[in-house]
Design a protein around this ligand. Structure first.
Ligand code: TYD
Length: 194
C-alpha cells in the first residue's frame, strides 16, 4: 500500500511524517524531492528564481521516475507499506500553478505526462492550511513559498480532492502541532485498517 502526505508549504507535513517514524516504525518512509542526484538537481532549480517552469517540471518528474523505480515499486513488491512526504500530487498542484499562463490546462498536462508510468497512491493525507498561514510558517525561503503562489497551489489541491474524494483524508493543519499529529495518526490507522 502507498500512502502519501500532501499540502502546501508550512502545513506541518514533514513534521508529522517524521513523528510517524516513531508511532508507526514498521512502515517504509520516503519523500520527494528525493536525496538522489535528481533530487539535488531539483533543489538547485528551486533555489534559482529564474529557472524555467517547464524545466522545473521535468526535473521534478525525472526525480519521481527514479524514486518509483529505485524505491517505491521495489518496496511495494516486497509487500511494504510506503509513506511518502510529497508525491505526484505535488507536481499536479505546484507545477500546475507555475505553468499557468505558460501552457493551456497545465494541471491536466502534468497529470497526463505522469499517467503512463506513475503508480497512483492508494490514500493521501491532505494537510489543509490557509495559504497566508502556510507562507508565514514556511518563512518563504524559496520561490514556491509566497502566499499568492501557495493560494494557487491550494486551489489545485482542492481540484484534485474533488476529482477523487475517496482517496483523500483531510486534516485540519491549523490546529496545534500535537492535535495535527494525533489527527494524522488516526487517519493513517484508519487507512491501514482499510
Ligand atoms: P519540500 O517538501 O519542502 O522539500 P524539502 O523540505 O526537502 O525542501 O519541497 C520543496 C519545494 O518543492 C516545496 O516548495 C514544494 C516544491 N515541489 C514542487 O514544486 N513540485 C514537486 O513535485 C515537489 C515534490 C515539490
Amino acid at each position: 500500500m502507498l500512502v502519501t502526505l500532501e499540502g502546501i508549504d508550512g502545513s506541518g507535513k514533514t513534521t508529522a511524517w517524521e513523528a510517524l517514524h516513531d508511532s508507526h516504525p514498521d512502515l517504509t518512509y520516503t519523500a520527494e524531492p528525493t536525496d538522489s542526484w535528481y533530487g539535488e538537481a531539483v533543489r538547485r532549480s528551486l533555489a534559482d528564481d529564474d529557472a524555467d517552469p517547464m524545466a522545473d517540471l521535468f526535473l521534478f518528474t525525472a526525480d519521481h521516475a527514479d524514486h518509483l523505480s529505485r524505491v517505491v515499486r521495489p518496496a511495494l513488491e516486497r509487500g511494504e507499506v510506503v509513506v511518502s512526504d510529497r508525491y505526484s500530487d505535488s507536481r499536479y498542484a505546484y507545477q500546475g500553478a507555475s505553468l499557468a499562463g505558460v501552457i493551456k490546462r497545465p494541471m491536466e498536462y502534468v497529470r497526463g505526462i505522469h499517467q503512463p508510468f506513475t503508480r497512483p497512491p492508494d490514500a493521501t493525507i491532505y494537510f489543509d492550511v490557509d495559504p497566508q498561514v502556510g507562507a508565514e510558517r514556511a518563512g518563504a525561503t524559496d520561490k514556491f513559498e509566497a502566499a499568492g503562489y501557495l493560494a494557487a497551489v491550494q486551489e489545485n489541491y482542492e481540484t484534485l480532492v474533488g476529482y477523487e474524494p475517496e482517496r483523500f483524508v483531510r486534516v485540519d493543519a491549523e490546529q496545534s502541532p500535537e492535535a495535527v499529529l494525533e489527527a494524522v495518526e488516526d487517519a493513517l490507522d484508519r487507512i491501514l485498517d482499510g
